[in-house]
Design a protein around this ligand. Sequence first.
Ligand code: HEC
Ligand code: HEC
Length: 293
Amino acid sequence: MQSIQNVPVAIGALVRTALVVGLLWQPPVATAADMHASGRHAAKATEIAEGRSAFRTNCAPCHGLTARGGGRGPDLTSGNWAHGGTDPEIFRTITRGVPGTEMPANVLDDAEVRAIIAFLRSLAPPAHAVVAGDPGRGRQIFAGSAGCATCHMVDGSGGRLGPDLSRVGAARAVAYLVDSIREPDKELTGGATDPNNHYGLPLPYDTVTVVMPGGERMVGVARNEDTFSIQLIAVDQSLHCFLKKDVREVVHERKSLMPAYPESALSASQLQDLLAYLVTLGPDRRAAVRDSR
Ligand code: HEC
Ligand code: HEC
């Protein structure tokens, strides 16, 4: 009797276990749990670098080193996705492959796949970004009150402490541009090549301090650097070349030389105008943005 009474209890327990397992189990495409509702998740520079190296090993033989397409696989940077362009869709394409084509299923862990997607996103032009705001006013803010042009070159004029922004609208997503302006330290642009990394990965475009033998310091950004020498553009935009054996220390500060522009320095509507201007920068962008208005 005892054992028969226990049967329903045992079944109940089984059902409960199954329910719990069922609740915990999620289909593979949902494993990228940290994706935003937009279908994208915010990538860090380190993640992009990891993705780049995983891509080189697993995917470059077909898609080319820069993902622009090789002999056997298509360009993955065009922004057009035949098999779906949200993060979960690309995730699925990479892990399951495209049956009936040369695109294989790939056995990679989730973090690696997400890093590869982050890398691909960092290459692809943003889907036609149309930003509410006045590009003409944005241009004036850029060249005038905000002082962006003192550090950034656009179409051949401007300063050279920061990266040339002539193509930035084609190269970068709007969210990245906002971060670049509000929180420059969050994700540094890739700069000079890392002399200690034989894959030639870029060093972050960070603030560099060169300490002279006498202890004086010169602060700027590295234009070129290798194991033995460094070219520094100092904050006054003068160019200096040093042999590393002649200086006491070269310190990479891992933070941006660009000042952060909080709301107090650049209001929300000024930022909007500035973004409307920045997205027009790049080959074909001016026309594309004009057409979509
Ligand atoms: C053996 C060659 C080969 C390898 C290796 C390969 N691919 Fe592919 N891939 C292809 C081909 C061919 C296609 C086009 C499939 C089709 O007909 O749609 C493709 C398609 C894709 C697509 C879909 C593009 C779209 O328009 O939706 C993605 C994403 C992709 N590959 C990513 C990767 C990644 C990431 C890796 C490495 C982990 C990889 N591939 C490895 C050959 C390859
Ligand atoms: C004192 C010099 C300086 C000023 C002023 C300055 N920047 Fe920068 N900017 C930099 C440096 C250096 C970097 C590279 C390091 C980094 O990623 O922050 C940079 C990076 C950027 C990037 C990222 C580019 C990329 O492709 O990754 C954008 C966008 C940008 N700046 C826009 C602006 C805008 C817009 C302004 C004006 C509101 C501005 N900057 C003012 C120095 C400056």
